[in-house]
Design a protein around this ligand. Structure first.
Ligand SMILES: [Fe+2]
Length: 420
């Protein structure tokens, strides 16, 4: 007996309610991964032995809209494994993306299954980005596999240090930041892989660890954003001064969430200092030149490049060429920009103290300050963003940015040579 199946729909999809085969047309899934509060658009099958190496796959559920929630929970409760047809794997992947936070937070789902789910979705994101930048040949395909393995190992490391729940919260809080973090992880690993000479590592195993830690720092660099109110992270308009200051505190929050987890010093430095600028105008510490750790400089470049080339709900994406043009451009209004940055930096000192002191206090303070400065602040921030888009060369190490362009340009799919 099949639960609430709409046979007309079935005919449209060309799916049957039972199959007899050796199982290659089906993929096993964990029944616990099905969120009873979400309407699925794929069918779930159970498997029975039929004869020899043949199985019967019988449809349990056409989609979750066809039965009440309680019935769905009961249907899946005592089943260890269920199956989906390969024609609907794409629907299931979309379902996993939409429900990743639910799965990672589920207390009964085994940690290894959570890790596998995150690995498969993260490596898929990497594949999509990789294919958008590199022309696929035999060599690049091998390289993609290597990068995907690195990302898998980075996710395994994150799972070992018990930080999956942090990622789950970030996904629930701000999915864009999670996708951005995966992309920063792969850009960092890709860059370091192509620029081995920058690091003094004696053994190959040491270099491999370094690549994994680079991917780890990309994946976790913005984890502190789970502490930033969603209405600030997802604000459609420009941020006002105080909101900008609160966002800046995410680097310290990221570092404090990962303190004492066994994360490497390189990765920790990248996470804490990935917004430091080469000329000392960045945050949280205003470090300049050689005082900024190398991994942090690389994270900064990968972070800005991905932010500029990604589409967000509040902005269109830029092409790789346009993004790199901004990143390499000398800003004609640098003095004015620095004046703005200095004012923000002074505000940061005051406001970060307030944030650390007490969440309640900061809310009150924010309300008061917001009323006082909003109008003026909006004008200033708009002016600051316009100024910044005139050129960001002062933010990055010249040599590293040149190497980054060369790394991106390896595939010859872009014409970037005039930027070098
Ligand atoms: Fe950040």
């Amino acid at each position: 007996m099949i639960s609430g199946i709409n046979f007309q729909e079935y005919l449209k999809l060309n799916l049957q309610n039972e199959y007899y085969n050796n199982g290659t047309d089906f993929q096993e899934i964990d029944p616990l991964s099905i969120n009873p509060d979400y309407l699925t658009d794929f069918s779930i099958y159970e498997k029975h032995r039929y004869k020899d190496h043949q199985y019967e796959f019988r449809c349990l559920l056409f989609d979750s809209s066809s039965i009440p929630k309680e019935r769905l929970i009961e249907l899946l409760r005592f089943r260890k494994k269920v199956y989906i047809h390969k024609e609907q794997v794409i629907n299931y992947h979309q379902y996993l993306k939409d429900n990743l936070a639910y799965i990672l937070n589920h207390k009964e789902i085994d940690i290894s299954k959570k890790t596998d789910t995150l690995i498969s979705l993260s490596t898929e994101v990497v594949k999509e980005c990789f294919e958008s930048i590199f022309t696929m040949t035999g060599d690049t395909r091998k390289f993609l596999e290597k990068i995907q393995r690195l990302i898998s190992q980075a996710v395994e490391f994150i799972s070992d240090i018990n930080s999956l729940s942090g990622i789950a919260n970030l996904i629930g809080h701000d999915y864009d930041t999670h996708i951005h973090s995966i992309k920063v992880g792969w850009l960092m690993a890709t860059f370091i892989n192509a620029n081995k000479d920058l690091f003094t590592v004696e053994k190959d195993a040491g270099f491999h660890d370094l690549l994994v830690q680079a991917a780890v720092s990309g994946l976790l660099h913005d984890i502190g954003k789970i502490k930033i109110p969603q209405n600030i992270l997802n604000k459609k308009g420009k941020l006002d001064n105080l909101e900008y200051i609160i966002i800046q505190s995410h680097t310290a929050y990221s570092a404090s969430l990962l303190f004492d987890t066994g994360i490497s010093k390189n990765a920790m430095q990248a996470i804490l200092y990935h917004h430091e600028n080469e000329d000392g105008s960045g945050y949280p510490s205003g470090l300049a030149n050689e005082r900024i750790p190398l991994m942090a400089k690389i994270c900064h470049i990968a972070d800005v490049f991905d932010a500029l080339t990604s589409k967000r709900h509040y902005k269109e994406s830029k092409s790789a060429y346009d993004a790199l043009k901004i990143m390499t451009g000398n800003n004609p209004y640098l003095d004015t920009l620095k004046k703005f940055e200095k004012e923000v930096a002074e505000n940061v000192k005051v406001s970060v103290t307030a944030i650390v002191r007490d969440d309640y206090d900061i809310k009150l303070r924010r309300l008061r300050e917001k009323e006082m400065v909003e109008e003026e602040a909006i004008k200033r921030v708009e002016a600051r963003m316009k100024l910044r888009d005139q050129g960001m060369a002062h933010c990055f190490s010249k040599d590293l940015l040149r190497r980054f362009i060369q790394t991106i340009n390896q595939s010859k799919s872009f014409e970037l040579s005039d930027l070098l």
